[in-house]
Design a binder for this molecule. Structure first.
Ligand SMILES: [Zn+2]
Length: 273
């Protein structure tokens, strides 16, 4: 009896300390926020056009089909090579999605990045149409040339296929130059990050995928204006140029393009963390 009580007290105390330590550990595990680097990185990939909106046309190609193929390839490559990343597509098949819904998908999912994939084309003489070539990476802003404005007008024309588009786009008219000036006045909180990634993508397309690059540009794209995270729009090449149309239709080339974009995103993400 003489020894038993202190002996019991010692183990009882030890047991209490162990329980407290365990509870402390549990609360840390349960309640402490995840370190920033462990947070899932969410990328919304937006294949341009779809369904009743074919986008621009080559001789035998619809922009919507190339955009979908490259987008799905890009998502697959990112998923396989960048851990802790979630890919969300604005469409997975040949269906029409409004520009506002595309931006909503990114906003609702609190995406870290929004990447819209498109193909280019120009009007003008047949010689010009067929010889112009190269990639362009756009971020939101006021266009610095008529050419860039024309690209935005063509991409924004998608809203004309929506019923009641005037009700949803605050009076935006895809054919009015004033609308573009108003659009560009919106606060662009993420311009720095968007430009950073845009230059990385441009570098990869130019130097690693060996594409002719027409550079990083700014213009008023409705889909970019409505997103609330770093966002950009990539023109992969000109379907009005038969040589580029042929290049873009090739599956292996689609992998090269997607790989170039993937490497830029990987470098961008590593810089953030
Ligand atoms: Zn497009």
């Amino acid at each position: 009896m003489y020894f038993k009580k202190p002996f019991f007290n010692f183990f009882s105390h030890l047991f209490s300390v162990a329980i407290l330590l365990l509870l402390g550990l549990c609360s840390f595990v349960v309640f402490s926020p995840l370190p920033e680097s462990n947070k899932e990185f969410i990328i919304v990939i937006d294949p341009g056009h779809g369904g009743k909106d074919p986008g621009t046309l080559g001789v035998q190609t619809h922009e919507k089909d190339i955009a979908l193929e490259v987008s799905l390839t890009l998502g697959r490559i990112i998923k396989a090579n960048i851990p802790n990343t979630k890919i969300i597509y604005t469409r997975l098949s040949d269906k029409f999605v409004t520009l506002r819904r595309r931006a909503e998908i990114a906003n609702e999912n609190r995406a870290d990045l929004f990447i819209s994939i498109h193909c280019n084309s120009v009007g003008g003489s047949a010689t010009y149409r067929q010889s112009i070539k190269g990639t362009e990476v756009y971020v939101m802003g006021l266009h610095k040339s008529e050419e860039n404005l024309e690209v935005a007008k063509r991409e924004n024309a998608s809203i004309l296929k929506e019923a009641d588009y005037q009700a949803y786009y605050e009076g935006f008219d895809p054919n009015s130059p004033q609308s573009y000036i108003l659009l560009s006045l919106r606060q662009e909180t993420h311009l720095g990050n968007s430009l950073n990634l845009a230059h990385k993508i441009d570098y990869q397309l130019r130097n690693k995928a060996n594409r002719t690059s027409r550079g990083v540009k700014q213009a008023g794209f409705v889909v970019l204006a409505k997103t609330t995270m770093p966002s950009l729009l990539i023109e992969l090449g000109f379907l009005s140029n038969p040589e580029e149309e042929k290049y873009l239709r090739n599956t292996q080339n689609q992998v090269y393009l997607a790989s170039a974009i993937y490497r830029a995103i990987k470098a961008y993400k590593e810089e953030l963390h």
